[in-house]
Design a protein around this ligand. Structure first.
Ligand code: PLP
Length: 431
């Protein structure tokens, strides 16, 4: 019995499913989750002292690798002055300025929260408060955190575990969220033609990545923006996962910034907290000033804008200059090409969806464009692929409905391990 097995058996007694977040439990791939004791750079070390090359990056935040000396120093300095003040601090201001500056005029102000869930929940409340309308429009398979309004046809762990919409979400609340198949602008138009005057906001992932990565159809997000505006609704672009990862200005940098449109509200998380609990809502001063205490829409948090979290985020953003993004993109190109080649040579049907440095490997022979097509992947083959990769020292997300995350810490030695591991994984998937 491994130390992970022993700890998991103990954890099951005091934590539902033995975990603090469902997808960590390996339910969709089977087996016992590895307990991690340390991570440094591109490597994770489990409690049995096995080392893995990390392609999950804590589900996105660890873009510059684990325990980067500059992030560690910033956090150490911050916590030496206390872990929380419950009052404004300079580091919080500096992070707000850095986020606003990096978004190049797309936003004027941010409100920090402790999680992406809270950020999207806040953006939705803002949109409803501003428009005085009830409805939210989302897309099937997109994940926007686990608040009541968004546990409707959600992606990520909800998709991996094959859960229907969660018990505990009142039907009155769920009824105010309309979920449409991703990419179907005709259905969005139809909905707005019928109920456009009731819609507060369309909420979408800039690039969907929680049913695996889906490449948005050309012009799709722009059309969402235009349709929302034509009907007095807002567009909320959820960039919790893609923000400051897909480009220095996230998914928006690849789309709206080039096409000349801007979502009304953004949500950010993951990268901007550098691995600490931190996320944000951002938008124009006009919209953001509806938030209390400036405006009437209430939102608050004991630990919001936590100084250690802001220090980690600020240090992480500082590391992500243009050269870092180029390196990240080049690494992701290589890793995705390796996965493609390994699966091809093992004769495993697969599709790789990729947008800049974010990609997913779907074990299916048909194009994956939405949740329905993502669900056609061979999950049994993926389980074999995942476990063989784990044995070979690759830390992959334990679900085929997730993105693969690269970090700037991956080096040529890691890429060799990845290449060898992916070949073993592909052979296992082929059996
Ligand atoms: N929105 C998106 C696009 C996400 O990917 C996630 C988490 O994966 C969330 C919101 C929720 O963020 P958190 O897990 O920090 O609550």
């Amino acid at each position: 019995m491994s130390v992970s097995d022993e700890l998991f058996a103990e954890a099951l007694k005091v934590m539902p499913g033995g975990v603090s977040s469902p997808v960590r439990a390996y339910r969709s791939v089977g087996g016992t989750p590895r307990f991690v004791k340390r991570a440094l750079g591109s490597h994770i070390v489990d409690v049995d002292d096995k080392r893995y090359v990390d392609l999950v990056c804590s589900w996105g935040p660890m873009i510059a690798g684990h325990a980067h000396p500059e992030v560690v120093a910033a956090v150490q300095q911050a916590v030496a002055d206390s872990t929380s003040f419950g009052a404004p601090s300079e580091v919080e201001l500096r992070l707000a300025q850095a986020v606003v500056a990096r978004m190049g005029g797309a936003i004027d102000k941010v409100r920090f929260t402790c999680s992406g869930t809270e950020a999207v929940m806040t953006a939705a409340r803002l949109a409803r408060g501003i428009t005085k309308r009830p409805l939210l429009v989302k897309f099937v398979g997109c994940y926007h955190g686990h608040s009541d309004s968004f546990l409707v046809a959600a992606g990520s762990g909800v998709a991996s575990l094959g859960l229907p919409d969660s018990p505990g979400v009142p039907k009155e609340v769920a009824g105010d969220t309309v979920a449409l198949p991703y990419g179907r602008i005709d259905l969005v138009e139809e909905l707005f033609a019928e109920r456009g005057d009731q819609v507060a906001a369309i909420v979408t992932e800039g690039v969907p990545a929680n049913m695996g990565v889906i490449v948005p159809p050309e012009g799709f997000n722009r059309r969402l923006h235009d349709i929302a505006h034509a009907h007095g609704a807002l567009l909320i672009q959820d960039e919790v996962l893609t923000g400051f990862r897909l480009s220095p200005t996230g998914a928006w940098g690849l789309q709206g910034a080039k096409e000349g449109w801007t979502p009304d509200l953004f949500t950010f998380g993951k990268v901007i907290g550098g691995g600490m609990p931190l996320a944000a809502v951002g938008g124009s001063a006009q919209l953001m000033d509806y938030l209390a205490p400036e405006g009437p829409v209430y939102q608050a948090g004991t630990l919001s804008g936590n100084p250690a979290a802001c220090a980690a985020g600020l240090a992480t953003l500082a590391l992500m200059d243009d050269a870092a993004y180029s390196r990240l993109d080049a690494t992701a190109d290589r890793v995705s090409a390796m996965a493609d080649e390994a699966l091809e040579s093992a004769g495993v049907p697969h599709r790789i969806n990729k947008v800049s440095n974010l990609f997913s490997v779907f074990l299916t022979d048909a194009p994956v464009t939405d949740f329905a097509s993502a669900s056609k992947q061979d999950t049994k083959a993926f389980s074999r692929f995942f476990h063989a990769a784990l044995d070979a020292g690759l830390w992959l997300a334990p679900s085929g409905f997730e993105a693969w995350f690269c970090s700037t810490a991956l080096d040529d030695d890691d890429l060799e391990v990845i290449d060898a591991g992916l070949h073993k994984a592909a052979q296992a998937a082929a059996q």
